[in-house]
Design a protein around this ligand. Structure first.
Ligand code: MN
Length: 137
């Protein structure tokens, strides 16, 4: 079912930071980097999701998603996908392969908080196949 969507935070511009690792159009608006805590608003068009990826860090690290608007999905490798709605919070541990994105019929936005870590980096992997994504609704 489609859900009402409106921007609570600025949408920003096309996601030129990591958009090449997304299927579909995404938008990125950096909101804060106070104290080294990166907080961005990420907006996905319907059907858009990022590739499987891993947030690495020698110590600390990981990512927190705070869902803002629309409807989306989060999935960890080997687990069932989890439907996301505004107000949901997802804690993504360092080293866990996962993806996140919109539902096929809904825009979706979340805040992405990068948990500070030592030698942190993102490893981008394969796209979520249309076959696997198509099983979600
Ligand atoms: Mn992530």
């Amino acid at each position: 079912m489609s859900e009402a969507f409106y921007d609570l935070f600025p949408r920003g511009g096309p996601n030129t930071v990591a958009g090449q690792y997304f299927s579909g159009a995404s938008y990125l608006c950096p909101l804060s980097n106070e104290g080294g805590v990166s907080v961005s608003n990420v907006t996905f068009e319907p059907g858009c999701r990022n590739n499987w990826h891993i947030h690495h860090a020698k110590q600390g690290g990981g990512q927190i998603l705070i869902c803002v608007a629309g409807r989306g999905w989060y999935q960890e490798w080997g687990k069932e996908a989890q439907e996301l709605h505004p107000g949901d919070v997802v804690n993504i541990p360092t080293g866990v392969k996962h993806w996140h994105g919109a539902a096929p019929d809904s825009w979706f936005s979340h805040l992405a908080l990068e948990v500070p870590g030592e030698n942190s980096s993102n490893e981008w992997l394969e796209a979520v196949s249309d076959e696997a994504y198509g099983q979600l609704d």
